[in-house]
Design a protein around this ligand. Structure first.
Ligand code: HAX
Length: 428
């Protein structure tokens, strides 16, 4: 496998570089932390290493130095290669990776049984997270660890597990969709197709001109990674730092993604738009939308799809999705509301002065586009996000094992400690 060969060449260089940095700059102060940051979810604390991507306050997602808006015509497989190695694959490398994913795509039979055995009203994210966790049985990383493989050799089995998971997750997600929403029997995978086209075929969405697949490729690229401190990635990395394998770690990360302030926001956002239209009773005017949002904010509700813990501008991923919709179906009534909200909500949030970022994030547009193609079951949206995010999570896990990063274990402090510390600093 070409990717494995590339990693074998890369890993010694990465370790050498890390060693040199630590020897030369180990004592360099990289930041300070205030009491407000301790109470405030550690916003702005520089404490994690992540080379796959970075999120600039005013630039948004940049993958390995390339702004996300310059990567929108790529295949998600290319993005995985880029995240992991820092380079886009050559044609040969891409084909080799795609073949490798097909070779690994068979889902263990018991996964279907587990999904079938859960109650029909189970949330799709529970089905997905459970399916990922039960595949832990397949982990090569765990087997190698138990055999006594030293930690400087754990990167390869981590990559093996990662590729298996990436190869299998589309079939699992597609089955969850078909089972949960009564769409008919499972559709088998098609090894002649790329990762996304195979996925959309297995979902069974009607796509005569291929534009749904085109959207899904874009969607998979945009959601793949968002540096190291977001809930799903941070949770995933923390779990894996105890040397638990990909299935435990990604399962944990996906549970974090399932929260409404994180990956569930795409579901919440479309639900909000549909409810807004229903409550107003017709295609709303700008004034009606404005009043509706004011009322929500007065009732201490958040407007899903707006705000971000890091970004302070319109999320370029939102821009990419909105451009897609406005180009291909500008008259779609739901998309029109997304456009209207974009004109109205930022000013309302600015007026209230609470949200540090009044601009839309990726979740503000994605649901409207999926809805247009008949994928209206918004409970499923976070699963799509998860399929994409597995690319970033697994790339990051593999790199952490490449660098042999240690257990993540920051120190916590008590309220008493904080009060004492504050008193001491006031006396000075
Ligand atoms: N609507 C109303 N109020 C908002 C708001 C919004 N969209 N965004 C922030 N605020 C409020 C916060 O609730 C907070 O109020 P309190 O002080 O009363 O608690 C205040 O503004 C300050 O928040 P902040 O510092 O600007 O934001 P945080 O870093 O704490 O949180 C969130 C960032 C994304 C969680 C937040 O903006 C939010 O809840 N947005 C709506 C949900 C959403 O769109 N989530 C998806 C984010 C993208 C993502 O991770 N996708 O996976």
């Amino acid at each position: 496998m070409l990717l494995l060969e590339k990693m074998r060449k890369m890993v010694p260089q990465l370790r050498k570089e890390a060693k040199e940095i630590l020897t030369k700059y180990g004592d360099t102060v990289a930041g300070e932390i205030t009491v407000e940051q301790i109470y405030g979810g550690m916003r702005g604390v520089n404490a994690l290493l992540c080379d796959t991507s970075e999120v600039g306050l005013d630039t948004g997602l940049v993958i390995r130095g390339i702004p996300i808006l310059e990567l929108t015509n790529k295949y998600p497989e290319e993005i995985f290669h880029l995240l992991l190695t820092g380079e886009l694959p050559t044609k040969e490398e891409l084909e080799d990776l795609q073949n490798e994913l097909h070779r690994r795509a068979e889902v263990p039979f018991y996964v279907w049984h587990v999904i079938n055995s859960l109650p029909t009203d189970t949330h799709p994210m529970v089905l997905l997270s459970t399916a990922v966790l039960v595949m832990e049985n397949e982990s090569l990383f765990r087997r190698r660890y138990e055999e006594g493989l030293p930690k400087d050799e754990l990167c390869e089995p981590m990559l093996e597990d990662s590729l298996n998971l990436i190869a299998r997750i589309p079939a699992i997600a597609a089955y969850i969709y078909r089972k949960k929403f009564n769409k008919g029997p499972r559709i088998k995978e098609d090894t002649t197709l790329d990762w996304t086209a195979n996925f959309t075929k297995m979902l069974g969405i009607n796509d005569p001109d291929g534009s749904f697949t085109q959207l899904m490729r874009l969607y998979m690229v945009l959601h793949s990674d968002h540096e190291g401190g977001n809930v799903s990635t941070f949770a995933c990395q923390t779990i894996s730092s105890s040397l638990s394998d990909v299935y435990f770690a990604v399962g944990g990360g996906l549970n974090g993604l399932a929260g409404p302030l994180h990956g569930l926001a795409n579901q919440e956002c479309l639900r909000f738009i549909i409810k807004l239209r229903e409550d107003i009773g017709h295609q709303p005017t700008d004034a009606e939308i404005k009043n509706y949002c004011i009322n929500l904010l007065d009732n201490k509700q958040v407007i899903s799809g707006y705000g971000h813990a890091v970004l302070r501008v319109t999320d370029p991923r939102f821009t990419a999705l909105l451009n897609f919709g406005n180009k291909f179906f500008p008259h779609d009534p739901i998309l029109q509301i997304v456009n209207q909200l974009y004109k109205i909500v930022p000013d309302l949030l600015i007026e209230r002065g609470k949200a540090k970022n009044p601009w839309p994030n990726v979740d503000a547009a994605s649901g409207a586009l999926l809805h247009h193609f008949g994928l209206t079951e918004y409970e499923f949206y976070t699963v799509l996000f998860a399929v994409s995010r597995v690319l970033g999570l697994t790339a990051q896990l593999t790199l952490s094992r490449a660098l042999m990063l240690p257990l993540i274990r920051p120190k916590s402090v008590t309220t008493e400690w904080i009060k004492k510390k504050a008193e001491e600093s006031e006396k000075k």
